[in-house]
Design a protein around this ligand. Structure first.
Ligand code: PMV
Length: 328
C-alpha cells in the first residue's frame, strides 16, 4: 500500500493509534502477589470480546501531557501514573492521549484492561520502542493486571510461567463462542478493583482459600479448553465467579457489586441451561452479566436476557483478537 506523505504541520510528529478489546475472566484474578510490580497472586484465564473496543491515539506534543477520555479532557490518575512509570524506563516526550470506549467506562466491563492495552500498544508504535508482544503484555499488566490478557487476545492465560506476560491459548476462531453482555447499570463502580482486592486480602476470612481454589480452577479450565469441553469450562467459570463474589461479599466493608438484574440474569441463564442450551454466566466487579454461549445458541440467550429488569443495553460479541496498531 502506498504511504501518504505527511503534511507540513504533522511531518516528523510521532503518533500512533491502537485498538484493544476488553476481556472477561473465566478464572478470575482478585488479589495481588506484589503490589509494587502489580503481579497477581494467582493465575487467571480469559476470553477477549470482539465488538467492544477502546481506541487510543497518542501524539507527541510540546509542553505537558494532555489526556482526553471519551471526548473530555480529564486528570486521569491511572493514565498519569502509568505514563510516569513508563518514563522511568523509556525516553517518552509529553503526549496527547485521546482514548474512547464504545461501551460504558469503569462499570465492570473491563475498560481498564482494553484501555491500558491500547495505551501501551499506541505508545510502543508511536515511540518505536520495538517491544515484543510479550513485553507489551508485561507493561500493560503494570497498569492493570487484566490488561495483560487483552494484549494477547482470544483465550488468554496470565500466569507465572511466562514471567507474568499473558499468552494466547486459542485464537478467536478456534472455538465458536459468543458472549451476550447485559448492561444492567451504566454507573461507575464505587470501589475500584485495586482498592477492593486489597481490602479483601486484609479482611475476607475466605481470601486464602480463594487463592488456593483459583490455582485448581485454572488447571481445570485448561483441561476443558484443550478438550473443547464447554460444559466443564462453564462449571469451573461459574464456580470461580461465585467464589470471587463470595470473597467480595465477605470483605469488610462488604463489596456488593450485583443488582436485581444481575441476580435475575443468573437465574435465567441457569434455567436456559436446564433446557439444553450451551450457556454459562460470569460477572466481574460490577453488575453487568455476561452470558458465554456456544454461537449456535446466541439467539436464545439474547432473547432470555433482552427484557431483564433494569437492562440498559445488550451487546452480542464474538471473540476478539489482541491489541494492535491501526492507521491513524
Ligand atoms: O486488572 P484489574 O485491576 O482491572 O482487575 C480485574 C478484576 C476482575 O475484573 C474482577 C477479574 C479479572 O480477572 O478480570
Amino acid at each position: 500500500m502506498k504511504q501518504e506523505a505527511p503534511s507540513k504541520a504533522t511531518a516528523g510528529v510521532r503518533r500512533a493509534t491502537a485498538v484493544a478489546h476488553p476481556n472477561v475472566a473465566l478464572v478470575k484474578y482478585w488479589g495481588k502477589g506484589c503490589a509494587a510490580t502489580n503481579t497477581p497472586a494467582t493465575p487467571s484465564l480469559s476470553i477477549t470480546l470482539d465488538t467492544l473496543k477502546t481506541t487510543t491515539t497518542v501524539v507527541e506534543v510540546r509542553g505537558t501531557d494532555h489526556i482526553v477520555v471519551n471526548g473530555r479532557q480529564v486528570a486521569d490518575a491511572k493514565i498519569e501514573g502509568f505514563l510516569r512509570l513508563l518514563r522511568e524506563n523509556f525516553d517518552i516526550p509529553p503526549l496527547a492521549v485521546d482514548t474512547s470506549n464504545n461501551f460504558p467506562t469503569a462499570s465492570g466491563l473491563a475498560s481498564s484492561a482494553s484501555g491500558m492495552a491500547a495505551l501501551v500498544t499506541a505508545i510502543n508504535g508511536a515511540m518505536r520502542l520495538d517491544l515484543t508482544l510479550e513485553e507489551q503484555s508485561r507493561w500493560a499488566r503494570r497498569g492493570s493486571a487484566s490488561a495483560a490478557r487483552s494484549m494477547a487476545g482470544g483465550f488468554a492465560i496470565l500466569d507465572a510461567r511466562n514471567g507474568w506476560a499473558a499468552e494466547q491459548l486459542l485464537a478467536p476462531d478456534d472455538w465458536a463462542i459468543n458472549v451476550v453482555v447485559a448492561v444492567t447499570s451504566r454507573e461507575r463502580k464505587t470501589v475500584g478493583s485495586t482498592e477492593g482486592m486489597e481490602l479483601s486480602r486484609q479482611t475476607s476470612p475466605f481470601y486464602e482459600a480463594w487463592l488456593d481454589s483459583t490455582v485448581r480452577d485454572c488447571d481445570a479450565a485448561l483441561t476443558a479448553i484443550a478438550h473443547r469441553d464447554f460444559a466443564a469450562l462453564g462449571s469451573v467459570a461459574e464456580a470461580s465467579c461465585l467464589r470471587m463474589h463470595a470473597v467480595m461479599l465477605t470483605t469488610d466493608p462488604p463489596l456488593v457489586y450485583w443488582n436485581a438484574g444481575t441476580m435475575e440474569g443468573i437465574r435465567r441463564i441457569r434455567a436456559l441451561r436446564e433446557t439444553g442450551v450451551g450457556v454459562f454466566f460470569t460477572i466481574d466487579a460490577g453488575p453487568q452479566i455476561k452470558a458465554v454461549c456456544l454461537s449456535g445458541d446466541t439467539g436464545k440467550v439474547r432473547a432470555a436476557l433482552d427484557d431483564l429488569p433494569g437492562v440498559r443495553d445488550i451487546h452480542v460479541t464474538g471473540l476478539g483478537s489482541g491489541a494492535t496498531c491501526v492507521p491513524s
